[in-house]
Design a protein around this ligand. Structure first.
Ligand SMILES: [Zn+2]
Length: 636
């Protein structure tokens, strides 16, 4: 039952010290706090106000959640402190035991616990699915893969819960984390993973009977380095090294309840206030497992927490925030759920936790052409990536990262969604610039050909951004179909002969992120074979020459190669080293290919052409070392 915060309550609570009794040091006395530590008191008061506002409006849900009432997934890291034991033995509890604790949390916070059927019908109406899910983290703070468990051998023979006088407030006692040591590596414990991103659960051997303790959301901003939950080894999970009656994993359910801002159900004083509207006011804590309805104290059974108001059917001793045995607890209420969700809302103390949970990391610099963007995703949810707007595409998707490719200049909105989570950032992207300059020259390198051979020569030192060259004919915009392209700085283009027509070829450069840039152009005109005055050899490169070229011909076309600069026709007795192969094609003026074969370049090649229709053809010789010639031939 919720009361006004200003209602004066009398603190009668003290830690119960019965052996085999549940205990938890997470009692709060706000009246004393107001006197002893006014600043801390104000934080608690503010959070109550914030929570009340959230519950009344429920509009402050985290903007990170696609559905404010949808699942909140909590990445968990479990720190196991042991005594140099093998994993799975003694204090170095097994992964199965740890996972069993995660399972219990998920059952209890989703109201999937098997004993939910034991919730009395009178309370069934307020029983709640928290809609929280807990997962062992799969991504550590450095982005590396993890199973969500750290293990450390400690020199401490055991841990002891202790308090200390607050040095700043002599009247206040506070948890002495340094003395306890389990959260501090150099005190025999383990430093936490970032507490704004992970629920840290420390597991160790408490020799003073402590079952567990937690930290309050209202203390998170001032003490983030100790935020989390501590569980004694034998109360962790429900399998392995566990001890009855706290062997059902409910100690962690209870302590995580505190971490989610839940108070003890009796309000830590006689008929106190737990700030939850739908839990009955309860006289005190209960132990063991009372019989429903609990309407009066039963000292012999240590059922000290009956109802306070006769209008209530019973106290809610089966609530996870009482002190009853693990197998007796079975319910959270809707009011408790709302308190837990409030702290994750925008402006709430754990909003940063949620915001850091599934979030695209803003790159430190603008993306030029392509760039990798990383995702903080401690539970490795499967994200769906989208470019919402802007000149870019998703080039490839990796493990918690995506490669963006600019398609222009501007601001890009990148979004990732996984389940109920969404993250969005703005990126500035620019293509790799291509500057059109005179670094491209285009030469007619084979002036006596009926196929014009134009060569774009690019100074590599001047190249800024071009990764591909291509050519168009009579199209200075570069949008028509390319008539040739190359990946290198040196690209040849073979221009087909068109009688009597002057044409222009245009050379373009581009890259994956840039539209084509015109680099240069060359005007050419068809010249007839007979007007060519250059003598044979008609083509000769570094590796092969055409040395015999009967033209016109009717039956057989004989081609001789000169390998390695030596003419085999003139040196038949000399051993000629083969230097490569030549691809030979004959095609007509319509580009239809008639003959295609390959030849070693130390042999004469005799090509039968008698079956070809009479007419004009083109002979194309492409040598494996790079030489390339085209000749017009007449077959009569
Ligand atoms: Zn407690």
């Amino acid at each position: 039952m919720k009361k006004l915060l200003s209602t004066s309550t009398i603190l009668l609570f003290a830690i119960v010290t019965f052996s085999q009794s549940r205990n938890c040091p997470m009692s709060l006395d706000l009246n004393s706090m107001q006197i002893q530590n006014p600043a801390r008191y104000q934080r608690f008061v503010y959070l109550e106000s914030f929570t009340t506002n959230y519950i009344n409006n429920q509009s402050g849900a985290s903007y990170r959640l696609a559905d404010p009432n949808g699942i909140i997934i909590i990445p968990v890291v479990v720190h196991v402190l042991h005594r140099n034991e093998t994993e799975g033995t003694g204090l170095n509890i097994s992964l199965a035991q740890i996972q069993s604790q995660i399972d219990v949390l998920n059952e209890d916070f989703r109201r999937l616990n098997a004993n939910r059927t034991n919730t009395p019908a009178a309370f069934a109406g307020v029983a709640s699915d928290y809609n929280f899910e807990f997962r062992l983290a799969c991504q550590d703070p450095n982005g590396n893969t993890t199973n969500g468990v750290t293990r450390r051998s400690t020199n401490k023979t055991g841990f002891t819960f202790s308090t200390i006088v607050n040095p700043n407030n002599p009247n206040e006692r506070i948890t002495d984390e340094t003395s306890i040591g389990i959260k501090i590596t150099n005190q025999g414990g383990q430093d936490p993973w970032p507490t704004d991103r992970y629920l840290n659960i420390w597991v160790g051997n408490f020799t003073d009977g402590t079952l567990g303790y937690a930290t309050w959301p209202a203390d998170f901003l001032t003490n983030p380095n100790v935020d989390g939950v501590v569980i004694s080894t034998t109360s962790m999970g429900r399998t392995g090294n566990v001890t009855a009656p706290y062997d059902g994993g409910r100690t962690a359910t209870h302590e995580v309840g505190h971490w989610l801002n839940l108070r003890h159900i009796w309000g830590d004083s006689t008929c106190g206030d737990d700030f939850v509207a739908d839990t009955p006011v309860q006289q005190n804590s209960n132990f063991g497992c009372p019989t429903f309805p609990l309407v009066a104290v039963n000292t012999a059974q240590r059922w000290f927490g009956p109802r306070c108001n006769v209008a209530d059917p019973s106290s809610m001793f089966m609530n996870y925030m009482d002190y009853t045995d693990d197998n007796c607890m079975n319910v959270f209420t809707n009011g408790q759920r709302l308190r837990g969700r409030a702290i994750f809302a925008a402006g709430g103390p754990r909003a940063a936790f949620l915001n850091n949970y599934f979030m695209i990391q803003q790159p430190t610099s603008n993306i030029i052409c392509t760039g990798v963007v990383n995702l903080t995703n401690p539970n490795c949810l499967a994200p769906t990536w989208t470019i919402v707007a802007g000149p870019a595409t998703i080039n490839s998707i990796g493990n918690n990262q995506v490669t963006i490719q600019a398609a222009g200049s501007g601001t890009v909105i990148l979004r990732a969604i996984a389940g109920n989570y969404a993250s969005e950032i703005n990126l500035n992207v620019t293509p790799t610039p291509i500057v059109n300059s005179s670094y491209v020259t285009i030469n007619d390198i084979d002036a006596c050909e009926h196929w014009m051979v134009l060569r774009a020569v690019v100074d590599p030192a001047s190249n800024n951004g071009v990764t591909r060259y291509y050519w168009t004919e009579n199209d200075p915009t570069g949008t028509s179909q390319s008539i040739g392209e190359g990946l290198t700085y040196l690209a040849d283009i073979y221009v087909p002969p068109l009688v009597g027509i002057t044409r222009i070829v245009y050379a373009f450069g581009r890259n994956d992120c840039s539209p084509p840039i015109l680099l240069g152009s060359k005007e050419y005109e068809y010249r007839d074979w007979d007007t060519c005055t250059s003598p044979p050899p008609y083509g000769c490169g570094a590796f092969v020459c055409l040395t015999s070229f009967p033209n016109p011909t009717s039956n057989e076309l004989t081609i001789s190669f000169k390998g390695n600069g030596e003419n085999i026709k003139e040196n038949k007795t000399k051993k000629i080293k083969q230097t490569g192969t030549a691809q030979v094609r004959i095609f007509d003026e319509n580009q239809k290919s008639w003959i295609s074969l390959s030849a070693k370049d130390n042999e004469d090649l005799k090509i039968p052409v008698s079956q070809l229709p009479k007419g004009t053809y083109y002979l194309d010789v492409s040598h494996s070392k790079g030489d390339h010639f085209r000749k017009r031939i007449l077959i009569e």
